[in-house]
Design a binder for this molecule. Structure first.
Ligand SMILES: [Zn+2]
Length: 163
C-alpha cells in the first residue's frame, strides 16, 4: 500500500512539473512559426573542421555510439545517434558559418535572429523536458508513451537550435 501511495505522489509531482513547463510553452507559442524547419532534421551535412578544413573521421564505438574526430587537431564529439553526433560536431565547427545554413526559415526572415535563436533554444529544451516527463508518467501509470520518432524529432530540433 505504501508503495502505491509513493507512486501516486511521484506521478502527481511529475504532472505538476510538466504542468509548469506546458504553461511556459503556452506563453512561448506566440512565436509558433519560428519552429518551422526546412527538410529532414535527421539528414545532416557534415561540416569540415573549422581549423583544419578537413572532414572528420567517423567511427562506430563498441557501445554503439558515433564518434566524429578530426585527424588534424584531434577534436572529437560523440553522439548516441549518427545525426546527433554530426550536429554536435557541427556545433564545434560553426565558426565562419552563417545562419543561412541553419534550416529554420525564421532565422533568415527576422531582423534580429538572436531573438529567434533564444526562442528556439528555450522552446525545444522545454519541449524535450515535457516529452521526457510524459514518458516517465506513462511508464509509472502504464499509459502509452509519446512515439519514439516524435521524441527523436524533438531531440533533433533541439540539437539544431543549439547550433
Ligand atoms: Zn581539425
Amino acid at each position: 500500500m505504501a508503495a502505491e501511495v509513493r507512486l501516486g505522489q511521484t506521478v502527481i509531482y511529475l504532472e505538476d512539473k510538466r504542468e509548469k513547463i506546458t504553461t511556459r510553452l503556452g506563453c512561448l507559442s506566440v512565436g509558433e512559426r519560428y519552429q518551422d524547419f526546412i527538410g529532414d532534421p535527421f539528414m545532416v551535412p557534415v561540416w569540415d573542421c573549422c581549423l583544419c578544413k578537413t572532414a572528420p573521421e567517423v567511427l562506430r564505438k563498441k557501445n554503439g555510439k558515433w564518434l566524429y574526430r578530426c585527424s588534424g587537431c584531434g577534436k572529437e564529439v560523440v553522439g548516441k545517434e549518427k545525426w546527433q553526433g554530426i550536429l554536435r560536431w557541427n556545433r564545434k565547427n560553426c565558426f565562419g558559418k552563417t545562419l543561412a545554413e541553419i534550416p529554420f526559415p525564421a532565422l533568415q526572415q527576422e531582423s534580429s535572429p538572436q531573438s529567434v535563436v533564444d526562442y528556439l533554444d528555450e522552446y525545444f529544451s522545454l519541449k524535450k523536458k515535457e516529452v521526457g516527463l510524459t514518458r516517465q508518467i506513462a511508464q509509472l501509470t502504464g499509459k502509452r508513451p509519446p512515439g519514439k520518432v516524435y521524441q527523436k524529432r524533438v531531440e533533433a530540433f533541439y540539437e539544431w537550435a543549439e547550433l
